[in-house]
Design a protein around this ligand. Structure first.
Ligand code: GLV
Ligand code: MN
Ligand code: MN
Length: 397
């Protein structure tokens, strides 16, 4: 029967085949595409079966409410989209755990004194339209629809062509937000804890580096006559890695496009996207400024050019420390560890919008994420459901 406390495993099995690659075993659940919309329909069905009230906005964000007590409500949830060839847990774990936690609280006879909602934010990964946490940026109003609607995916399709947008947000009656998420590192493994609480999110930026040169023949063009943008790109990828290692920060070029992308032609254009994460806003600016300067100098030496566009920059997020302490303390078996993360989350946007926000992490034995190898054990997932139910009980009593 739907809505029983042991429903986590059944729901998890429902999701497993959706958008899964038969070759890599990873997930391709890009926003507003069939697999991701199938998951959102599945979520709506779960809400209906539990008698939860569904609310959606015009951007593709949804929430399912257990209406009870007096506003403002406690919202919990995560996202159902994935990175390209992503893991099963990043996002869906928070949504399925939220539904299972509601089931558990109901089975325990808990009567909330506030509404409890389960949310799904769209395009958290920015895998299609480039902007991380697009849905929660729109829902909080931190990104106006007028600015978002012209964002384009890799095929040139504008956001406004796939979703209506511009509707009222979902968050007007939300007093607290809690996101449960698989940990994307090994902090909890090292601490021997199944569950932890987030203290902060590192600042994060995505920057588009467009290197422009001149296409020419790979055989007949003398080396000294070339304007090859690949060289500055290659040097920049190495420089970003070196600067990040020297400063104990993170920098990645994980996406690159080359035009015309022919083996026997010097390219005319190389576009690479830098993802940089740092322990402070100043460290992020210093890292990115250094990489941009080195890219520019190298491009000039080669007779090419580079143009850098910041596509999304999110400042440091420090979660409400009193809320984190309240959630982490006084548990059978001891307090839950409070740990930082360098991964981005919708919770960061809700916190930045002034909503008291917390996060729970569930241990990931390998620490691997944004990869088909991402995992969590079933006992740890169930520990997460119990932790979330306990948290909701504290917040909605
Ligand atoms: C999202 O998971 C991100 O940190 O990029
Ligand atoms: Mn992710
Ligand atoms: Mn995520």
């Amino acid at each position: 029967m739907v809505g029983m406390p042991d429903d986590f495993e059944r729901m998890w099995a429902d999701l497993a085949p959706v958008g899964r690659s038969a070759t890599s075993g990873g997930y391709f659940r890009q926003p507003y595409t069939t697999p991701e919309r199938e998951l959102v329909s599945w979520f709506a069905e779960q809400a209906r079966e539990r008698g939860l009230r569904l609310e959606d906005d015009a951007s593709g964000n949804v929430a399912a409410w257990w209406d009870a007590g007096a506003s403002p409500g406690v919202l919990t949830g995560s996202h159902l989209d994935s990175v390209l060839d992503g893991g099963a847990y990043d996002g869906p774990l928070g949504v399925v755990s939220a539904l299972a936690a509601v089931d558990l609280l109901r089975a325990q006879g808990f009567v909330p004194s506030r509404p409890i909602g389960v949310s799904v934010f769209v395009e958290e990964e920015g895998s299609r339209f480039g902007l991380a946490c697009l849905g929660s940026r729109l829902a909080t109003g931190l990104l106006p629809w007028e600015q978002a609607r012209l964002l384009r995916d890799r095929d040139g399709v504008a956001l406004e062509e796939v979703v209506e947008g511009g509707g009222p947000g979902l968050l007007s009656d939300v007093g607290t937000f809690v996101e449960l998420h698989v940990e994307q590192g090994r902090d909890l493994v090292d601490r021997g804890a199944a569950v932890g609480v987030a203290s902060e999110i590192w600042p994060h930026g995505r920057y588009r580096f467009e290197f422009t040169g001149e296409a020419n023949h790979a055989g007949t063009t003398r080396m000294e006559d070339r304007a090859d943008p690949m060289l500055a790109y290659a040097m920049t990828a190495l420089a970003a890695n070196k600067q990040a290692r020297l400063a104990d920060q993170r920098a990645t070029f994980g996406r690159v496009e080359v035009a015309p992308n022919g083996t026997n032609a010097v390219p005319s254009r190389v576009v690479g996207w830098l993802d940089a994460r740092c322990s402070s806003d100043d460290a992020l600016s210093t890292l990115v400024d250094t990489v941009v300067r080195q890219a520019t100098e190298r491009a000039e030496r080669d007779g090419t050019s580079v143009e850098v566009t910041p596509e999304s920059v999110s400042g440091a997020v420090v979660f409400d420390p009193d809320l984190a302490a309240r959630i982490a303390a006084d548990h059978e078996g001891g307090d839950w560890p409070v740990i930082p993360t360098a991964a981005g989350h919708d919770a960061g946007l809700l916190s930045a919008a002034g909503i008291p926000t917390a996060m729970l992490f569930v241990r990931n034995p390998t620490g691997v994420s944004h990869s088909p190898a991402e995992t969590a054990s079933m006992p740890d997932c169930l520990a997460g459901v119990h932790a979330l139910a306990e948290t909701l009980e504290r917040l909605a009593t």
